[in-house]
Write a protein that binds this ligand. Structure first.
Ligand code: PMP
Length: 408
């Protein structure tokens, strides 16, 4: 088992790009770097193991199909869903859109309520907004207490209204790191017969066991934020919901019988019916290797590293003059640290950081509703992962101090 304790430098060494680059990479909430094991697994899949999935009877095709299905099982085991309840998509974004279009929209009526939180990434806001626009339902927004992660008693009472059809909520904000308390919200939503989707894009790496314990109807995430490749996402969905859903894409590999002319076709079994087109074999194998990597990391040590590095970043940043922290100290352990400078625009700060080879993100982070509730147009985000070092944070501090000298 890879150990983080006393061996953080070794862990950094597992990431070829982090090892070789001069850049202080503080943008892991956007996408994570890949360890050697993931790169090797993808390379093997592209060379020795390469063959079409579910489309050939020859040996290579059979073993590619088994390897692909083994990752489905791995995802199911990770989140405590059955293998048939795992659908491979392109991304968390596609997974959420699929649920909004194929599950929710057909059952939504004027006057129904769909809930999201104010913390949502656009990927977990716009699909529901569109579903509401199409049906005359109302999109309602839960406020989350930054310190406790709880919703207010009044809003929980409203959530318990029989008009509530769906709650779609993040496991962790990609901007302020806050982690809503999901369990009580799920209980309330279920008590009124509503379904719950949890957007785990930001928290899968360090919250997999907590997510598995939740009684969520849908859990979604993306490979590229858990040390895997881009272009692969997961939709974990309860079987009885999948039975209700029409495929959102149609084409090869998802149909048993094609009806003549406009006659109805017969779809393949679940989950194949939701994976039209040639499967993303290399992406799925890369995802499997990434999840292997994550599962071999001792959860407690990952949590301790993120707590140490996140608290260090939070503490040192808050010592700087003119800085207003947006991530509360209580969420520093997520490693997602956002802030604004009272007198320098985030884009100017981002540019100075770039000039110092410090990779941070400036902007609204695809979370405009959150920016509106914070009453700011944009902010700067430094986001850490298991390979982030104190030296990376110190480089950020130097860049910010230089910005102060330049602009003030
Ligand atoms: N949800 C959250 C919380 C995110 O941070 C992101 C990506 N920034 C997404 C969803 C969407 O992920 P993807 O772009 O991989 O579909």
């Amino acid at each position: 088992m890879t150990s983080l304790s006393g061996a953080q430098a070794n862990l950094r060494n597992l990431f070829p790009r982090i090892r070789a680059s001069e850049t202080a990479y503080l943008d892991s909430a956007a996408t994570t770097h890949k360890p050697e094991s993931v790169i090797t697994a993808m390379q093997r899949a592209a060379v020795e193991g390469y063959a079409p999935v579910h489309r050939g009877l020859y040996a290579e095709a059979e073993s590619a199909s088994s390897a692909y299905e083994a990752v489905r099982e791995q995802c199911g085991n990770l989140l405590r869903f059955k293998p048939q309840e795992i659908v491979f998509t392109r991304s968390a974004t596609e997974s959420i859109n699929a649920v909004a279009q194929s599950f929710l929209t057909p059952q939504l009526n004027p006057g129904d309520w769909v809930w999201v939180s104010e913390l949502e990434h656009h990927a977990n806001y716009l699909p529901w907004q569109r579903a509401c626009q199409a049906s005359g339902a109302e999109l309602r927004v839960l406020k989350i207490n930054y310190e406790t992660g709880a919703a207010s008693a009044e809003q929980i009472e409203e959530l318990a209204d029989s008009r509530t059809r769906m709650l779609a909520i993040t496991g962790q904000s990609n901007v302020v790191g806050v982690m809503p308390q999901l369990e009580p919200l799920i209980q309330v939503a279920h008590a009124v017969g509503a379904a719950v989707l949890v957007d785990a894009a930001q928290c899968l790496t360090h919250q997999a066991s907590e997510l598995a314990r939740l009684d969520a109807d849908f859990i979604v995430f993306s490979g590229h934020k858990v040390f895997g490749p881009t272009g692969i996402g997961v939709l974990a969905a309860r079987y009885h919901h999948l039975e209700q859903m029409e495929p959102w894409l149609v084409g090869g590999g998802m149909v048993d019988w094609v009806g003549e002319g406009a006659a109805k076709s017969e779809w393949s079994d679940i989950p194949a019916r939701f994976e039209a087109g040639s499967p993303n074999y290399i992406g799925v194998i890369g995802l499997g290797a990434a999840l292997d990597f994550v599962q071999k990391l001792p959860e407690r040590e990952v949590a301790e590293h993120l707590l140490r590095i996140g608290s260090y970043a939070h503490h040192t940043l808050s010592q700087l003059p003119n800085i207003r922290m947006l991530t509360p100290a209580s969420a520093a352990a997520t490693g997602v640290i956002s802030f604004i400078h009272e007198r320098i625009h985030p884009h100017d700060l981002g540019q100075v950081c770039a000039d110092h080879a410090v990779a941070v993100r400036a902007g609204h982070h695809c979370a405009q509703p959150l920016m509106a509730s914070l009453d700011i147009p944009a902010c700067l985000r430094a986001s850490c992962s298991i390979y982030t070092s104190r030296a990376d944070i110190n480089r950020l501090m130097q860049a910010l101090e230089h910005a102060e000298r330049l602009f003030l």
